[in-house]
Design a protein around this ligand. Structure first.
Ligand SMILES: [Zn+2]
Length: 176
């Protein structure tokens, strides 16, 4: 499973029609924020809508969300900035009510798929016991049923399949 369906739209022309239909990427396509970069780590962010901040920030932080439609999410694991706008870090990972899986790659119980509750621990347990992973298929089946709410569950505000693929790749398939 590639993460092609979760690339920027300009790169996803190669993805088959079936993949695009099954993934939530056409519902919640990841878009690169730019040209502004994270004021702390210098990485490009992902564009998120205001509703994502409203849904995921701690309640007492919501009053501080500036009035604008879109913000940038920083996905760099070592950077504690969560949301930023040009030249300004707005919110840090501690301002979110849930742990940000992307920011805690070594935490096996942090969520990578927020809609359906997948953690590295659960994903790796399946691989260790069966030698394969069905998580991508399971997520796609749920997406097909209309149960995907990345915009308000996932701090990056968009499809998680690319992140899930990365977690799968950390453990060799076909356990001995
Ligand atoms: Zn950053």
């Amino acid at each position: 499973m590639s993460d092609s369906c979760c690339s920027d739209p300009k790169d996803s022309s190669k993805a088959s029609k079936e993949v695009v239909t099954e993934s939530c990427c056409n519902l919640h396509p990841p878009r690169t924020c730019g040209p502004e970069k994270c004021p702390k780590c210098g990485a490009l962010g992902k564009t998120v809508k205001r509703i994502t901040l409203g849904a995921l920030l701690k309640p007492d932080r919501r009053a501080n969300i500036p009035i604008q439609d879109e913000f940038c999410f920083c996905g760099t694991p070592t950077c504690d900035v969560a949301y930023f706008r040009p030249n300004e870090a707005l919110f840090f990972k501690d301002d979110l009510s849930a742990a940000v899986g992307l920011k805690e790659p070594d935490n096996p119980s942090s969520l990578v798929c927020y809609c359906f509750g997948w953690t590295p621990e659960k994903i790796h347990a399946e691989i260790k016991s069966t030698g394969k992973s069905t998580v991508i298929d399971k997520i796609k089946a749920q997406v097909k049923s209309g149960n995907c709410y990345c915009e308000v569950t996932n701090p990056q505000g968009s499809c998680c399949l690319g992140n899930v693929s990365q977690v799968i790749k950390r453990v060799p398939l076909s356990a001995p």
